[in-house]
Structure formats: C-alpha cells, structure tokens
Write a protein that binds this ligand. Structure first.
Ligand SMILES: Cc1cc2nc3c(=O)[nH]c(=O)nc-3n(C[C@H](O)[C@H](O)[C@H](O)COP(=O)(O)O)c2cc1C
Length: 242
C-alpha cells in the first residue's frame, strides 16, 4: 500500500492500528482542518444521511477517556420540532433547531466502585483479561479514583474535561465527511438537565454540538480563520531549566 491518498480514492483502513499507512495526505488534513468552522446558520431543509450519522455515533463511541472508563453519555436529538423547545434554553441560538442533529454531551457526576466494576466486567468480556490482572486494575483504579485520589482530583470535573475530547473528535470527524458543526457552550445546563430528565441519572449536560449543512447565507462559511501566528501558539521546546 502506498502512503498517499487522494480525495477520490480512499485508502482502505486496517482494522487494527498495526499499520501506519496514512488515510489522508498532510495537505488534505490541513485543508479539512481549515474547512471545519463553527456554523452559525444551518440549512433546515437538509438532513445528514443515516449512514453518515451512524458513523459519527461510532466516532463518539471511540473517543479517548481516562483509564478507558468512558464517564459520559451522548444524547442525540434529531426531531426538529422537539428541538424548537430547546432554542430558548440555548440563548436563542437557531442552530439548535435548524441543524440536522443535536448532540448533548453528558458527563458522569461522580465515579464510584460500581463504575469501576462495570468497566472491569466489560474489559473481561471483550479482552478476556485474566482475573489476577483485573484485580490489579481494580486496586489501582479504586485507589486513584475513589479512596485516595491525588489532592484536588474531582471525578466529576475530570469527566467534564474528557467530554470535551469527544466534542473535538466529533467536530473534526464530521468535517471529514463534509458535515458542518457548531460546538455550543451557550445554553442553560440546569434547564437542559431538567427537560431531559437527568435529575437522578448520575449524568449532567456539559456542552452541545449541532451538525448538518450550512445555509447559503451563513456569512461564516467563507470567512478566513482568525488565529494567532502558528509559531506563537505552537512552541518547540529544546531545553529544560536546571
Ligand atoms: C467550548 C466551546 C463553546 C462554544 N460555544 C459556542 C456557542 O454557544 N455558539 C456559537 O455559535 N459558537 C460557539 N463556539 C464556537 C466558537 O465561537 C468558534 O469555535 C471560534 O470562534 C473559532 O471559530 P471556528 O470554530 O469557526 O474556527 C464554541 C466553541 C467552543 C470550543
């Protein structure tokens, strides 16, 4: 397999990470990163095809999490009529109703022994990890996360940060499929938690993402990106202080 790819001939991707064959050229990666932008106005007549949406759900599933514990849920709302009721709870942002899909990113409010047991059971089921290794993991996770976490550690806070990784992965992946998105911190999480019935769920809303296709009239669609200079933002470190 060659290390190059074109937009018209996707490179087959190996099932496991054993191969390092790129699936995009560096230029394609830059282009798709520049093309992704926060859509201010969606075309309310367009819907993401089911197969593309299903792929984005898997992207959420495969997001990275600390110790693999996946302290999250992702609520998908595709019914536009239903979403109209959320616009007033989202600072009036029309994207919430006009997009094709809305994702509410939820974070676990705490971590307890049950969360760890649930994860260890899944690990055993999927990988057949031997019992002695499971026990080692149980002790490590329980100590680090529940009984003696490092000072200042808060599992609920940590879960909130991790949810943002899923958000980043989601918006980047959508751009690869030609799907527009917008992250939304501008909403009332308490009101969302109420209307979504999250009170006793152990999860709370953290951030939203809308996804679909931009309206022709979305001025931001063709605006240049506003970023500080690369050399200022990304700095290469070649020595440490003694
Ligand atoms: C955590 C977060 C919350 C955001 N909340 C909103 C929002 O509520 N409404 C909105 O229109 N854009 C929102 N944005 C989009 C930013 O305004 C946008 O990413 C930024 O201006 C850079 O533009 P670009 O994404 O088009 O490159 C949010 C972005 C992030 C990362």
């Amino acid at each position: 397999m060659t290390a190059t790819a074109t937009a018209t001939a996707p490179v087959p991707i190996p099932a496991q990470a054993a191969s390092h064959s790129p699936v995009l050229t560096p230029d394609q990666l830059i282009a798709v990163s520049q093309r992704r932008y926060s859509t201010k106005k969606f075309d309310p007549t367009r819907t993401i095809p089911a197969q593309h949406w299903a792929a984005l759900e898997q992207v959420l599933l495969y997001s990275a999490s600390s110790s693999g514990l996946q302290p999250w849920r992702f609520l998908v709302l595709s019914d536009r009529k239903l979403r109209e009721a959320l616009v007033p709870l989202s600072f009036g942002q029309r994207q919430v109703a006009d997009s094709s899909h809305l994702v509410v990113f939820l974070a676990r409010t705490e971590l307890n022994a049950n969360d760890i047991e649930r994860w260890l059971k899944r690990l055993t089921d999927v990988r057949g990890t031997p019992a002695d290794q499971i026990e080692t993991q149980r002790q490590r996770l329980t100590t680090n996360l529940v009984t003696a976490p490092r000072p200042g550690f808060n599992a609920g806070e940590s879960a909130r940060y991790q949810v943002y990784i899923a958000l980043g992965q989601f918006i980047s992946a959508a751009a690869l499929l030609g799907i527009d998105t917008c992250p939304h911190g501008g909403f009332d999480p308490v009101a969302y938690d109420r209307v979504l019935g999250l009170a006793d769920s152990g999860y709370r809303s953290v951030v939203l993402a809308t996804a679909g296709y931009h309206a022709e009239t979305d001025a931001n669609a063709n605006s240049p990106k506003v970023r500080f200079p690369l050399a200022e933002v990304v700095q290469h470190v070649d020595h440490l202080l003694p």
